[in-house]
Design a protein around this ligand. Sequence first.
Ligand SMILES: Nc1ncnc2c1ncn2[C@@H]1O[C@H](COP(=O)(O)OP(=O)(O)OP(=O)(O)O)[C@@H](O)[C@H]1O
Length: 239
Amino acid sequence: MTRRERAPCFEIGGLTKIYGEGEAAVAALRGIDLTIGDGELVVLLGPSGSGKSTFLNILGGLDAPTDGHVRFHGADITKFEDRDLTRWRRDSVGFIFQSYNLMPGLTADENVRLVTEIATHPMPVGDALAAVGLAKRGKHFPSELSGGEQQRVAIARAIAKRPKVLLCDEPTGALDSATSRKVLEVLVDVARKEQATVIMVTHHQGIAPLADRVIRFRDGQVEEDVMNDNPLTTAEIVL
Ligand SMILES: Nc1ncnc2c1ncn2[C@@H]1O[C@H](COP(=O)(O)OP(=O)(O)OP(=O)(O)O)[C@@H](O)[C@H]1O
């Protein structure tokens, strides 16, 4: 599907984030204008400190901008009361981080259940683990799983609530290339099947050809924004 055919998921305008004040002020985002379509798979690249994580955190309602708007299906999430923002985040957004953030004292099943118990339309825990190829590992604790398996549990946890949006910050940052490929395959596969909008921050240029669109940040601004009408599969990319 091309950009013209997609309904807008996020409409972002004048997005600005300044941390600190006076001499210590750091401008992390300097007026970002972007429209991201429903179901789009976006890879976000850019040097360290260019504002990628800040952008992702604001889109996911984890941080507030200094100025600008973020409309999600028409509603400006930056204007939401805390309670509405929390509910929106809980219902609509799945996060996947480089550090898997699993609860070490809970099994894979229990880690996923933490989310399904509070979600509005969750999938069964077993289905979420099956979707990431870990149907038989539900009774295992994180310490009994490899890094790639732990990240797949984190993906299962993120997709189990059937989020409209998946925000991924360096999801393969801690993984070797073979494991990265497996994790990306699961991520892309479930995102396409569930028709989630996926925004993936990475330092790894090799991941970019997977995306429908590649956006590059520099100094808190969009330096480049390129559509890709023929994304490669995870088997085809060079990692
Ligand atoms: N809580 C904070 N307080 C002050 N400055 C911050 C804070 N968070 C981020 N920054 C600054 O904002 C700028 C953008 O940071 P951000 O983490 O968004 O960049 P990034 O592109 O994700 O970097 P990396 O690739 O290294 O993760 C950086 O200069 C950073 O030092």
